[in-house]
Design a protein around this ligand. Structure first.
Ligand SMILES: [Zn+2]
Length: 284
């Protein structure tokens, strides 16, 4: 897969792509903490999650929950925490594949998109007949909640994301991403949480599979992971990873200047839904 990380900032029209052969990724599930596995198979019908025999296409319309992660659902069947896998598919410009969930959850791997990226890259890519037109944003589309917002403006692809946490380790971080070098700049950035929040989630029976093996955990002025951070600004890079995954539910590259401030999966998906509504007439 030579042009694996496409230059999304330069993309005009891209060929549909799937992976060369099936792969199986195993690990633990984030929420229940049990064994989890997903097989990723070549396909030609967009990105489709399959669970308990039910097919759920990755589309903003099928997102049913964005509280802690991005969850797709249909007819009472839900697939949670799709965003890191979706992000890596964006990074590899994979437009078509089937993701079969064995059991309840997608494996959390190391909390980043890198293990998914490496495995799918290893399977190679196949070009499919047909092309995907980018969604060319012509007017500003914005969603906000208090001071938080995400917006898509006309222009070449770029993402500018800023976060501000009272925690001194995270603090204020800003990152401008031009769409290149996803594998080295974005994919390795792990999910993160404050120890106090992790404790709250666990007492509510959530994030039972979460550990220092698959998340950066911050307590006061300290990173608890013995290996430390992968980047000094790993936190904001992970926010960009999440945003790219959430927006890839649109199934087409965005030709747009995207800006986000203190946003969340909820706002990312709200933006994707608005873009989907605005441009669906154009055959997507
Ligand atoms: Zn994430």
């Amino acid at each position: 897969m030579t042009n694996a990380h496409m230059f999304h900032n330069l993309v005009v029209t891209m060929r549909r792509r799937t992976l060369g052969h099936e792969i199986l990724i195993e690990g633990v599930g984030l929420h229940k903490g049990g064994p989890a596995a997903v097989s990723i198979q070549p396909g030609s019908d967009g990105i489709v999650f399959v669970k308990h025999g039910l097919r759920i296409p990755a589309s903003p319309e099928n997102v049913v929950d964005t509280r802690l992660n991005t969850t797709l659902g249909k007819s009472g069947v839900a697939v949670s925490t799709i965003e890191h896998l979706m992000s890596c598919l964006w990074g590899l410009s994979i437009t078509d594949c089937e993701l079969k969930i064995h059991g309840e959850e997608i494996p959390v791997v190391d909390g980043s998109a890198l293990p998914f990226y490496t495995r799918i890259l290893g399977a190679g890519a196949e070009e499919l007949p047909g092309e995907v037109l980018p969604i060319r944003v012509r007017d500003l589309i914005r969603v906000e909640d208090g001071e938080s917002f995400v917006e898509a403006a006309p222009g070449d692809f770029s993402v500018t994301y800023e976060i501000e946490f009272p925690n001194p380790v995270i603090g204020r971080q800003l990152y401008v991403y031009d769409g290149s070098n996803y594998d080295t700049q974005i994919a390795p950035a792990r999910t993160f949480g404050l120890l106090s929040d992790v404790e709250k989630m666990r007492s509510a029976g959530l994030a039972l599979g979460g550990s220092l093996e698959n998340a950066v955990v911050v307590d006061g002025g300290k990173v608890l992971n013995p290996e430390g951070l992968r980047f000094p600004d790993e936190f904001i890079r992970h926010k960009i990873l999440d945003l790219l995954g959430d927006l890839w539910t649109l199934g087409a590259p965005l030709e747009s200047r995207i800006r986000a401030y203190k946003a969340s999966h909820r706002l990312h998906i709200a933006l994707a839904k608005k873009i989907h509504e605005a441009y669906r007439q154009e055959g997507r």
